[in-house]
Design a protein around this ligand. Structure first.
Ligand SMILES: [Fe+2]
Ligand SMILES: [Fe+2]
Length: 274
């Protein structure tokens, strides 16, 4: 049986997250015999958004597709890139006038892999198109092009993400959640053969609030006054995700395994985040 192994990494936050990706991705690929890498890059640039330089950085270091989420529009620099390239996705259920797309395909060893990026609406931007109906309509054409389909559902609530998992169970190879930056321990293969995890988690500083410095955020909770968020640069650092194994013929998931790397040694210097 021909199988494909795919590494899926959650939101990469700022310089620390990118340093973790660069340091550990090659080793992970080797250790688990990974064929393809999909990474969520929505927090790459100072914790918000992604730039062209960073998109190229991920591609150069072994990522096949970069998914994103609500922070995709933060740096205008990426808009042109989205128009002309299909390796960085923005959530497909944004209005079609937005630059870019939330759907792409790429080929590994003769097997086509489809990727769909969607954003949730609960406690998020509630006027987006329905992510469930969007998934359904994308699948009408994508299932004929790609035997393996991966969905990154960038959403806030566990319920909306689980609902997407069960909604697409048996129709796609994996539904993985992103956006909360906290890895959940519920990875499994759903009854009809779709690998699922509510949230992949993040890459960045461990003693932080979702990758950002904790003190201003605690102040914000205490005072309700606006504060400036900045990326936590102090280690230890973590990087989180899963790897899955998929039957290349049927597209059914055979295995899902959670990854959480803690690195006490890595140090990062503040740099120009562009
Ligand atoms: Fe995020
Ligand atoms: Fe997000």
């Amino acid at each position: 049986m021909k199988t494909v192994r795919i590494l899926l990494l959650g939101d990469i936050v700022g310089t620390p997250g990118r340093a973790m990706f660069q340091k550990h991705v090659q080793h992970l690929k080797k250790a688990h015999r990974i064929d393809a890498v999909i990474v969520n890059g929505e927090n790459s640039a100072q914790g918000r958004g992604i730039t062209q330089r960073m998109a190229k950085f991920y591609r150069h270091n072994g990522a096949d597709v970069i998914t994103t989420g609500n922070h995709i529009w933060h740096h205008k620099d990426i808009y042109e890139y989205l128009k002309h390239n299909d390796d960085v996705l923005r959530p497909e259920n944004f209005p079609s006038d937005c630059p870019g797309s939330g759907v792409t395909t790429f080929t590994v060893d003769g097997t086509t892999i489809g990727v769909i990026n969607l954003q949730g609406r609960v406690f998020m931007r509630e006027h987006l198109n329905c992510p469930f109906k969007t998934a359904q309509s994308v699948l009408t054409f994508l299932r004929h092009k790609a035997p393996i389909i991966i969905v990154d559902f960038h959403a806030e609530t566990t319920s909306e993400k689980m609902a997407m998992g069960f909604f697409l169970d048996g129709q796609v190879s994996a539904v993985v959640g992103t956006h909360t930056h906290v890895q959940t321990a519920d990875e499994r293969i759903l009854p009809q053969g779709t690998a699922f995890i509510t949230d992949l988690g993040m890459a960045g500083a461990r003693n932080s609030m979702l990758g950002m410095k904790k003190e201003p955020i605690i102040q914000n909770f205490l005072t309700q006054m606006p504060v400036k968020f900045s990326v936590e640069m102090e280690g230890p650092m973590i990087m989180c995700g899963v790897w899955i194994e998929v039957d290349a013929q049927t597209g059914k998931a055979l295995k899902i395994e959670r990854i959480q790397i803690v690195d006490n040694e890595i140090t990062v210097q503040p740099e120009d985040e562009r």
